[in-house]
Design a protein around this ligand. Sequence first.
Ligand code: ADP
Ligand code: MG
Length: 691
Amino acid sequence: MGSLEELRKPVRYLKGIGEVRAALFNRLGIFTVEDAISYFPREYEDRSRLKKIFELRDGESCSFMGTVASEVSETTPRKGLKLYKAFVMDQTGVITATWFNQRYIKSVLRRGVSYVFYGRINRKYRIFEVLNPVFEKLDGSELKNTCRIVPVYPSTSNLTQNMIRNAISNALKLVEGKLEDALPQWVRNRYNLSEINYSIRNIHFPLSEEDFKNARYRLAFEELLLLQLGLLRIKSALEESKEGIVFGKVPEMEEFIKSLPFNLTDAQKKVFKEIEQDMESPRVMNRLVQGDVGSGKTVVAVLAMFKAVKCGYQAAIMAPTEILARQHYKTVSQLLSNYGVNCRLLVGGMTPKAKKEALEDIEKGKVDVVVGTHALIEENVRFENLGLVVTDEQHRFGVRQRAVLSQKGENVDMLVMTATPIPRTLALILYGDLDISIIDQLPPGRKPVKTYAVDESMRERINAFIRKKVREGRQVYIVCPLVEESESIEAVSVQELAERVARRDFRDLKVGLVHGKLKPKEKDKIMTEFAGGKIDILVSTTVIEVGVDVPNATVMVVENAERFGLAQLHQLRGRVGRGKEQSYCILYSSSDRQEVSERLKVMEKTNDGFEISEKDLELRGPGEFFGTRQHGIPDLKIANLYRDIEILKKAQEAAMEILERDALLAAEENLLLKKQLLKRFESRLKELSFN
Ligand code: ADP
Ligand code: MG
């Protein structure tokens, strides 16, 4: 908004704000005038249309003008409740205005004077009443609370909406007309964006709905544009700053691909080609591979690691859970061992001796491919010659962990794999610093999993069905959610469920139990037994959610399915449907909330992860969608990642063109943009010495 001196004035400077009140504003993050005008409303009340009293309808909130026709009366219908009432009339009718426990009304409301009122209309029999209305005198001065679209701000106790409105209104008066526009003229022209002074005024006190829409559009555009500029800058700085490894062609590659137990799908071939090109180029690879559950991401990673190893480098793959790491280790070493590639597992649950040995061999370069968990990013892990890093199921790792692992080599290529299908536009925001490949095809012969959302009344029938499937030789997962974050409670609830399943429902079957509290060894033992077919029913928490691959398991039962997000349910369901047999997913829920049944219906209707994630995003919003903040969902003040996808696309386009014209944002017209960018992405951009 520019370098205007007034912007930096503390809120104390504003009329009506003393030390105490300033502290309250500080609590909302408002310290300066600039903060105040950048503090956007949470919602608006449309009080703009003035009605006649006879037009007022029961239940609506609206504005009307009227003259006070009586003194204010005071009654005490019960202890602690005082009612203050007055009659208000216009040419068309009379209405009673009622306030609860607001003594001051008696001294401010004057008989015979006209006011504009705004409040909720309530009809009792034939009498109309307006409850706790706000009112303003019609004396020619500006109306703040009635007769207009009124902003409602996120607040803290002790600060009323009125105080916030006044402060912002005063802050606006101070700077109005003097704000400098950060958006270059050509961008505003091309995308029809309104000017900054107009936009800021109308985001707070819109004169009409039209004005509000214009203002919001422009401010959302600006916010998303900055985000995109930041990510693009980071991405190109990453690319420019480092000379990456140039991996050569590998003659054995074709033979290796032929030796796989299956033919690659076209999608796998396409994605591996993109990876190969990255690896062979001198740019550092930063590539995200997205693919639905079961699309075969692992083998693509194996191909890339094979290439790295054959070019004389070490490769590492990091998985979020020990179960998954062990499974990857098995797959990877099976595929690679015939080709003289030395693989090693590195997880937390190893004996100190085995770990020490592994660490030494990795450092000496005796190991070509390391498969592990977070144990890989510990400080004592050193590589001889790390060239490629793969992180699996990226949504479980933070950006930082990804970075720590790649810093164990010099300018290593990086591959990030995720099974959370993210709508493409959103992926561009979350992973704006990565290139994206999508495996958009499942291996042939997969039958879609049949999914049923059920309630407790179906328990007997479903148990009979499970029994039947086990008799046919199939295996079953039963998953129950964490009741609390706490691990001990988790253990109890799964244990209880396992006991019920083992002792009561399926006494004659073999039931195994895994949860987060088990020792890795025990967990591993049970998983191995399950994979080997020695356990019929595996009861578990979501530790099996990611990646576990047991093709003979064909039934997935999820207890309390309403506690899971759709993306997570989709992950869980992805544990079945991996073989030739028809698979089933049963979602138990005892909630009769509309929203729950709507969500579970989505699961019944589609097996397409991208569709499901779009829906999840729509129903729960991006915050929920990604679970926690650490996944890097940016804090947006005004734009909404779901509703504003169209704006986002345009902002992306604009960001690219701005950088094409002026990569360092050094031109006069881009200086303000650059300043805001540095403010927003301070730490990351500094790291990359962009200033
Ligand atoms: P995800 O993408 O969920 O990580 P995986 O890599 O675990 O999927 O692969 C799922 C299963 O599909 C594995 O059993 C794997 O061996 C198998 N698979 C992978 N690619 C193919 C293919 N092209 N044809 C047949 N099966 C495949
Ligand atoms: Mg996987």
